[in-house]
Design a protein around this ligand. Sequence first.
Ligand SMILES: [Fe+2]
Ligand SMILES: [Fe+2]
Length: 142
Amino acid sequence: MLWKDKYELGVPVVDNQHKELFRRVEAFMQTLRSSVSWEEKVQHVNETLEFMKGYVVDHFRDEERYQQGIGYPGYEAHKQIHTNMVNYVLQVSAEYERRGFDEQLMQQFAGKLLAWLINHVAAEDQRIADYAQEKGVAGREC
Ligand SMILES: [Fe+2]
Ligand SMILES: [Fe+2]
């Protein structure tokens, strides 16, 4: 698993969401790289897109609420990064609906999701925890 405990923010709701995101995106990547049937891949693409459009939006909302709760100064910029990611997912989803299953498009999508997730959680999200620590508000729930 690519998840590392050092990615934890110390906010259980958010940390559990991050773990689930890692788990789902990695499983998606593995399915695409495996030799399972085309039908199975398509099924996993459908599931992953639905998951990303629902769970990710919920996660962003919870994490943004937490940032507001602790008065995180990078809130607006962080929210914009989240919005851009949601737009990217919607864009891929629309393209998928138009073109159907395209192995290359989905490999790209999975690769970008995984890279984005690791970078975002390890860097941007970590800054929220650093701020909470500095301000002495760590341990607060979202
Ligand atoms: Fe996050
Ligand atoms: Fe975030």
